[in-house]
Structure formats: structure tokens, C-alpha cells
Design a protein around this ligand. Structure first.
Ligand SMILES: Cc1cc2nc3c(=O)[nH]c(=O)nc-3n(C[C@H](O)[C@H](O)[C@H](O)COP(=O)(O)OP(=O)(O)OC[C@H]3O[C@@H](n4cnc5c(N)ncnc54)[C@H](O)[C@@H]3O)c2cc1C
Length: 439
């Protein structure tokens, strides 16, 4: 047998250069947060020909939509059995591509049309879309400092990464962090819930579920309310949605606190998993035919609903949501109920009639004190109830697109002074007309 030449096995000694400069990355638009709103913003900005950097503290893309296993697009259709699609853009592409992979399951109401998705298929869709768009990604990066010039213009954001520090310079920034982390770090005014806690949820995906024996949503919630104390469950009204044909159920049955203090937040992720196990014990014990053989396929990352959000030029109010106020600068719409998880046992659920529609004004995406920042997703400005009805994924995608267009229009100027009529014209498909119905 011939002996092959072995490549050199020599090693070398290295030592960190304490004086080494941070990596510098420059772009037209830097999007902080790679959840569904940030992904929409980044892809839309890239389509507009902008150089984009997309940064996230997680080492993966997709935010909660993927990593907390939300599993269901809500607020994307008008109410009723025959609801039409309200937000277009990447929502069109995701639905088309995941449908072709049989990675969607439709629940056509009434009262809502929603669509469950396979989170692994969505993760790969996002990764491929971002890769093909040529977007620079900075993953596993935590914001350390934000340089703000006078008048509220962010110049540079510094991130810590496991392999060293990175400085990102951009003309415009999108705060799609969910917690208004960019605006907070920049020192801009932010809002928190004034009166108690807004709960998150530890989501779980169960497999080997017997779909034929599943209880209805109402029956499940009634049983949970009856026996919650016996099992030690904090929440009394959860639900488990089947992904029909796959023996899978998405379990949303816990309430966990999601505080903004690092150690308390970290502890909550362990508490959440413990709570989820209690809920699974309840399901197996009360519904052995449906859940007796079920096993956990995935525990998501802690699901965070509302923590801290921006102080915008305008605050969306619950009254405007209930009245369906049509703002001249509307950039997103939805018909999703007010869904405020403000008490441990349950949540406020205020659904709207079939013809109802409410809107998100651009003013609630623009931090009042900033010149080159637009927020998108669950950290835009609303009162707690109003925000709870627009922080779902359908309008989140629309807000991301609007943020990209606003920064594109602003260029090196101010987002406070863009031509809002031009912005509204660019995103009109997300606020008027009827999209596909997929019936
Ligand atoms: C349990 C639960 C169930 C829900 N159910 C549904 C549902 O069925 N349907 C629906 O449509 N919506 C649902 N929602 C709401 C919806 O999931 C979220 O509001 C939506 O996914 C938020 O998207 P986002 O892009 O705004 O934020 P996120 O998905 O939270 O993304 C924010 C990203 O920013 C990153 N980030 C945060 N801080 C920093 C930082 N300092 N530096 C860098 N990156 C940072 C985060 O890591 C994250 O990836 C649910 C929410 C929860 C919690």
C-alpha cells in the first residue's frame, strides 16, 4: 500500500492582541433583531438595493417565529371563514414556498383564518432568503454601546461577539429587537407596562399525538380552569393546536414572567420549562387517549410578548384599534383581537366582528427622539392593549417593510421628515385591497 504524504502537523502559538481594533462593518441600513419583523425589513431593504447588515443576539435567524416555536401566523388575514390576506411582501413568498413543501396547515376559522407552519421549514426559508439577498449577518452578537450624535442620529453600534468586537456603521437603523433594545441603548425614551406584568409563554411542540382523540379548544380550556390548581398550573386557559396529519400539537398553556433583568430573565427560562412539564403532565393525565404517547419534540426559547417598547411620535391607542381608525400614514393593518396577557391565570381576549380592520400609523414606528431609526414588530408604540393586537406576525411583516421603505426614502436625511404620502404609496398593498384567500 502506498504511503501518502501527511500534511504538516506543526502547531503555532498565538496570543490575543489586546490592542487589536474591532472589526468595522458598514452598511446603508442596519437591522437589529432577526425576528419576523427584522427579516421583513432586511429583505425589503435589500430588494431596494440597499446594503444591509442584520444583527441578532441569538446565533440563529428567525427570532421568536422560529426559536420560540410560535408556529402560527396570526393577524395575516381578515376575519371570518373566507378571510383575505392583509400583508403581502415576504408573506406571499413564505406562504407560496412553504405550501409547496406541505409545511403549512390552515385553520380557517371562524372567527379567524390562521396558518400553522413547520418552524424548521420557516427557518430554512429565512436563511436561504437572507443568503440569496446578499445580506451581511452578524449573529450571536450583543449590543454594548450605541453612539448617538446630537439631534438623535445613531452613528455606530458596537457589538460583542464570541470572536471579538464588531462596530457597525450605517446611515439608518431598524429597531426590530422586540424589546426596543436599540432605542434603550441609545438613551431614547422607552415605555414599559405601568401596572404589573405582561406574561410570556414557554411553547412546546409535542409529537406522537393522537389527533382523532384531541379535545376541542373550549373543552381543554374548561378542564384546565377546573383542575389547574390541582396540577400546580399558573395559567387556567391554555390551548394545544394540532398540525393535522403530522401527529403534532403546539402547546401554549403556560404563563411565565419575562423580566428585563439578566439574571431574572435567565432563571425564567428554566421556570418556563418546568411549567411546560406540568402542563404536559396535565394533558397526559386528563386526555390519555390523545396525549398518552406524546413526547416533547421541542421546547422553544422563552416566548416574550411585551416588555419594553419605544416612545413614538404617535401612540396607537386601544380606542383607535376598537374604532378601526384609518390613519393617513397607515402602513400596516390587522383584524387580530386585543390579546393582553396581563394576569397570571388568563388573558384579555377582545375579538372583533368579521368586517373589522384596524391600522398601524407610521408615527408609532418612529421614535420621537430619533432621526435615523424606525422600529418594527412588537416594540412599536401603543398602549398595552393596542400593542397586544398588532404585535402578531402579519402586521409585524408589514411594519418591517414600512421601516425599510422609510429609511430608503430618508437616505441620509431624517425619517421625521420623509414624504409620508410617498411611503404610504409604496406600502399600499399592506393597507388596502384584498390579497389571496387560499380557500
Ligand atoms: C408565546 C407566544 C405566542 C404567540 N403566538 C402567536 C401566534 O400564534 N401568531 C402570531 O402571529 N404571533 C404570536 N405571538 C406574537 C409574535 O410571535 C411575536 O410578537 C412576533 O414573533 C414578534 O416578532 P418580532 O420580529 O417583533 O420580535 P422577535 O421575534 O422577538 O425578534 C426580536 C429579535 O431581536 C433580537 N434581539 C433582542 N435584543 C437584542 C439585542 N440587544 N441585540 C441584538 N438582538 C437582539 C432577539 O434575539 C430576536 O431574535 C406570540 C408570542 C408569544 C410570546
Amino acid at each position: 500500500m502506498a504511503v501518502q504524504a501527511v500534511p504538516s502537523t506543526a502547531t503555532r502559538i498565538v496570543r490575543r492582541d489586546r490592542g487589536a481594533a474591532a472589526v468595522l462593518a458598514e452598511a446603508d441600513i442596519c437591522v437589529v433583531g432577526a425576528g419576523i419583523a427584522g427579516i421583513s425589513a432586511a429583505l425589503e431593504a435589500a430588494r431596494l438595493g440597499r446594503r444591509v447588515i442584520l444583527a441578532d443576539t441569538l446565533p440563529v435567524l428567525g427570532g421568536q417565529a422560529v426559536n420560540s416555536v410560535i408556529g402560527l401566523f396570526a393577524g395575516l388575514f381578515s376575519n371570518g371563514f373566507d378571510g383575505y390576506q392583509l400583508t403581502r411582501g415576504i408573506a406571499d413568498d413564505i406562504l407560496r414556498d412553504l405550501e409547496a413543501q406541505k409545511a403549512l396547515h390552515w385553520r380557517r376559522g371562524p372567527p379567524h383564518k390562521v396558518v400553522l407552519y413547520d418552524e424548521i421549514a420557516l427557518a430554512r426559508w429565512i436563511e436561504e432568503a437572507v443568503r440569496k439577498a446578499g445580506i451581511t449577518v452578524l449573529l450571536g452578537a450583543v449590543m454594548r454601546e450605541v453612539d448617538v450624535e446630537g439631534g438623535g442620529r445613531i452613528r455606530e453600534v458596537r457589538f460583542a461577539h464570541r470572536h471579538g468586537d464588531v462596530r457597525v456603521r450605517a446611515t439608518g437603523f431598524v429597531d426590530a429587537s422586540g424589546d426596543a433594545a436599540l432605542c434603550w441603548q441609545a438613551g431614547f425614551a422607552c415605555r414599559e407596562f405601568g401596572d404589573g406584568t405582561i406574561y410570556g409563554t414557554q411553547m412546546v411542540v409535542l409529537e406522537h399525538v393522537n389527533e382523532a382523540a384531541l379535545p376541542t379548544r373550549e373543552e381543554l380550556a374548561a378542564r384546565q380552569a377546573e383542575v389547574a390548581a390541582r396540577y400546580g398550573m399558573l395559567r387556567h386557559d391554555g390551548f394545544a393546536f394540532p398540525f393535522v396529519g403530522r401527529g403534532i400539537a403546539l402547546v401554549n398553556m403556560t404563563h411565565i414572567e419575562t423580566p428585563l433583568e439578566p439574571l431574572a430573565f435567565s432563571r425564567c427560562s428554566l421556570v418556563g420549562r418546568h411549567e411546560a412539564d406540568i402542563a404536559i403532565n396535565f394533558l397526559k393525565s386528563e386526555y390519555p387517549e390523545a396525549f398518552g404517547r406524546a413526547r416533547v419534540r421541542t421546547y422553544g426559547y422563552p416566548g416574550i410578548r411585551q416588555t419594553r417598547w419605544i416612545v413614538g411620535r404617535q401612540q396607537l391607542t386601544a380606542e383607535q384599534v376598537r374604532n378601526g381608525t384609518r390613519f393617513p400614514d397607515a402602513v400596516a393593518r390587522t383584524a387580530w383581537p386585543i390579546e393582553l396577557h396581563s394576569h397570571a391565570e388568563g388573558y384579555i381576549w377582545e375579538p372583533f366582528p368579521p368586517e373589522h380592520m384596524h391600522y398601524v400609523p407610521f408615527g408609532s414606528l418612529v421614535p420621537a427622539e430619533a432621526q435615523n431609526v424606525v422600529a418594527a414588530g412588537r416594540c412599536i408604540d401603543g398602549d398595552a392593549a393596542a400593542l397586544s393586537s398588532v404585535r402578531v406576525m402579519g402586521p409585524g411583516i408589514a411594519m418591517g417593510a414600512a421601516a425599510a421603505h422609510a429609511l430608503d426614502l430618508a437616505g441620509s436625511g431624517s425619517v421625521q421628515q420623509i414624504d409620508t404620502a410617498a411611503l404610504v404609496a409604496r406600502v399600499k398593498d399592506n393597507v388596502e385591497g384584498e390579497g389571496p384567500r387560499y380557500n
